[in-house]
Each structure stands twice: as C-alpha cells, then as structure tokens.
Design a protein around this ligand. Structure first.
Ligand SMILES: C[S@@+](CC[C@H](N)C(=O)[O-])C[C@H]1O[C@@H](n2cnc3c(N)ncnc32)[C@H](O)[C@@H]1O
Length: 251
C-alpha cells in the first residue's frame, strides 16, 4: 500500500468499482437482496429486529447499494427512511415504487443537518471501504438525535487474514494489515477496502460518543447451503463471517 492515496481518490476508486460491479453483484446475490438481510448468514431484520421499533422513527441507511434494506423498512411501516450510496450504478437498481429518500453521497461527507435521525444503520455498506472510521462515526453521531441508535454489520475483523476463497482456510495476511488496495498503471487506486480491527470499532464508537450495546457474531445456519463470496457453510461452521455492532448515544 502506498501513502499517496487520499480519501477522495479512495472514494473515486470505489465509486467506479461499484458502478462497474453493480450488475454482477445483483445477479449473484438475488435471494440476499430480496429483503433486509444483515449478512450472508441471512439474519433478517424481520426476525432479529436489531433496529428496535422504527414505526415513528426517522432512519438513515449508509452505503445502501440498491437499498434493499431501506426499501424493506419502507414496506414495513417505518416513519421515514433515507438512504445514500456512493455509486449511481448501485442506486439505479433501487427502482421506483417505494418511499425511500435516495441520495448519492460519500460517507466521508454526510449531506445531512445535525440531529435529524433517530436511527442510523448499515449492512456491509460504506464502512469497510473507508479508512477513517473515527471521522465517519463522529459524523454519524452528528446527524443522530440524542439517544439515537447506530447498528451496522461488517466483515468480522478476524476474516481479514484468510484468502478470498470460500473453500480455503489458508491464512493470507496479517490481522494487523491496514488495508487492501489495487492500483492502475499510473498509481491511482482502483479498489480499496480497509481492515478495522475489533478494537478500532470500539474506539471509533466510544470516541464518537456512543455506548456500545452489543456485538453479534451470527452463526451459520445448518440449513443454509448457499455460498456468498468468501462466506460458505464450510467456513461458517468454524469461524464467524460477520460482526454486527449495536450502539446508542446518550439521551
Ligand atoms: C457490499 S455493498 C453493500 C450494499 C448494500 N448495503 C447491500 O446490502 O447490498 C457496499 C456498498 O458500499 C458503497 N460504498 C463504498 N464506499 C462508500 C462511501 N465512501 N460512501 C458511501 N457508500 C459507499 C458501495 O457503493 C456499495 O454499494
């Protein structure tokens, strides 16, 4: 990894990556994207209710992609839900016929006034793709009202060390490696993903003023045979693939 890439060049790289990958992502994960699933272990919000009762709440989704989660909430009677993503190619696939307020935006520059949301959440959106989660979580705290909840799922930090292959248990890199970036011939990043260690998540949340309520590590269901990227039944039986952090601001 070089030190020349900036948050702006990382965002540009990931916007172009997700614009280009949107079609494949939606073709490969049809069942997952049909509703609000927190993770490849297929934990659904309908069953888990990690956001609590949001019928009167104003909710924000970070890195929504085509907004399957926000769209599910909108059909489930949420008060109001807004959702943003970096990639127009992903957002375009949200279609019409729902009440989600969709916005194209970068998580590193949230285009919202302060204290306007009761709940913020993300299902594998934006957070793994930004280096500075301290700054991001401070901005999430800014747009949340007092007492606001923040719930998000990400790759379980221990997954970072393994090769990106659902059938393999080979260790590929260090848990302490900061990120994985690809570059073009001119040295500009074309893809970027970052490793946030367990302690990084805790420090970023606490540093932004949140109280951490829980860290869920969903187990792989016995009847789930579908492989999802690097997530598979073989791996899922042995170690966690997802961490879901739940936190709240003081009232
Ligand atoms: C794995 S997809 C998850 C999308 C959606 N949450 C889902 O469950 O399908 C990751 C998403 O994060 C978005 N993303 C990456 N970096 C971002 C950033 N800096 N700001 C906003 N969104 C970002 C990508 O465009 C992509 O849509």
């Amino acid at each position: 990894m070089t030190t020349s890439e900036t948050a702006v060049s990382v965002s540009r790289a990931n916007r172009e990556f997700w614009d280009g990958d949107a079609e494949r992502y939606h073709a490969d994960h049809r069942t997952y994207l049909d509703g609000f699933h927190w993770c490849p272990e297929m934990l659904s919000e309908g069953e888990a209710r990690l956001l609590g009762d949001v019928r009167d709440a104003t909710v924000l989704e970070l890195g929504c992609g085509s907004a399957p989660c926000a769209r599910w909430l909108s059909g489930d009677g949420v008060g109001y839900v807004s959702a943003f993503d970096l990639s127009a190619g992903m957002l375009r696939r949200a279609g019409t016929g729902h009440d989600v307020g969709l916005v194209q935006a970068d998580a590193m520059a949230l285009p919202y006034r302060g204290s306007v949301f009761d709940v913020a959440f993300s299902a594998f959106g934006a957070i793994p793709f930004v280096r500075d989660i301290d700054a991001l979580f401070r901005d999430v705290a800014r747009v949340l009202a007092p007492g606001g909840r923040f719930v998000y799922s990400v790759n379980h930090p221990m997954r970072w060390i393994f090769v990106d292959d659902p059938a393999s248990f080979a260790v590929f890199t260090s848990y302490f490696e900061e990120g994985y970036l690809e570059y073009d011939d001119a040295g500009a990043p074309t893809y970027a993903e970052f490793q946030h260690k367990l302690g990084d998540h805790v420090r970023a949340l606490v540093g932004a003023g949140f109280t951490l309520d829980d860290v869920l590590e969903p187990e792989w269901p016995e009847d789930l045979t579908e492989t999802w990227g690097q997530w598979s039944p073989e791996r899922g039986r042995i170690f966690p693939g997802t961490a879901i952090f739940s936190a709240h601001l003081p009232a």
